[in-house]
Design a protein around this ligand. Structure first.
Ligand SMILES: [Zn+2]
Length: 54
């Protein structure tokens, strides 16, 4: 078993600061996308992996 999970993509929610459009990307594989409507760079909303009770 390989316990080193460092290269595993992490789901991150990004949001457009202007129109609040949200999208899920995977870091560090993906770059921060641009909003398809506003054509500005979206920002990270929250880490989806955190704060969940498994
Ligand atoms: Zn937008």
């Amino acid at each position: 078993m390989d316990r080193s999970d460092r290269s595993r993509p992490e789901p991150v929610e990004v949001v457009c600061p202007k129109c609040r459009y949200t999208e899920i990307i995977y870091l560090p594989k993906d770059d921060l996308p641009q909003c398809p409507d506003c054509h500005i760079q979206m920002m990270i909303s929250e880490l989806l992996d955190e704060g969940k009770s498994y």
